[in-house]
Design a protein around this ligand. Structure first.
Ligand SMILES: [Zn+2]
Length: 196
């Protein structure tokens, strides 16, 4: 039951009220993302939040074919967690669930949806809207590992994949409690062996 409760807490934390989320988007620092990692029996739950600037290099609403393609490619890349946060093969980990999306502080609808109501004649209004907001990519993962104790050294290929990303503020939750780390581009490894 202890293990189950960790997952439940993590799921709750992943769904803040929308007002709080808006505040967080405005407060984010470009170059710095957040990664929460919860070890829970044989499962590892992860949640990533990263500024649009870090992942695709812009935070305006993607409208050109190129920009939309960048967003789509980023979402697809973010849905492959073990390519971004590599775990030792000895741990025998595989992805159970992965989802990624782009969130904007200005819109309630997903950026992935079609904008049938868009007014292409009102360019001034559209340009103004582009300057205002921040966006964040949000991804959630569930990984299962045959030997989770062997998954305690994590290599952050994330920084190779996303050249604008400089740092991840990492919070690790296990049955030993929660510990905060900062993983930076020039030392992209997290060694958790002391925690097990
Ligand atoms: Zn921003």
């Amino acid at each position: 039951m202890k293990n189950l409760s960790l997952v439940a807490l993590f799921a709750l934390a992943a769904n803040p009220v929308s007002a709080e989320e808006t505040r967080q988007l405005g407060a984010h620092e470009h170059g710095v993302g957040q990664l929460d990692i919860a070890f829970d029996g044989t499962q590892i739950a992860m949640e990533l939040r990263a500024p649009g600037a870090d992942i695709v290099g812009f935070e305006y609403e993607a409208q050109s074919v190129d920009d939309r393609a960048k967003v789509d490619a980023a979402v697809a890349t973010l849905a492959r967690p073990l390519d971004l946060f590599s775990l030792p093969s000895a741990a025998g980990c595989s992805v159970v669930q992965a989802s990624a999306s782009l969130e904007s502080e200005e819109e309630h609808e997903s950026h992935g949806d079609a904008h049938a109501h868009e007014d292409h004649g009102d360019e001034d209004h559209a340009d103004h809207a582009h300057e205002a907001g921040h966006t964040e990519f949000h991804a959630e993962y569930l990984v299962n590992c045959a030997d989770p104790a062997a998954a305690s050294v994590i290599s952050f290929a994330y920084f190779d994949t996303f050249p604008n990303a400089l740092e991840l503020e990492v919070q690790v939750i296990s049955d030993k409690g929660a510990t905060a780390f900062e993983v930076e581009r020039d030392a992209p490894t997290l060694d958790l062996r002391g925690m097990f």
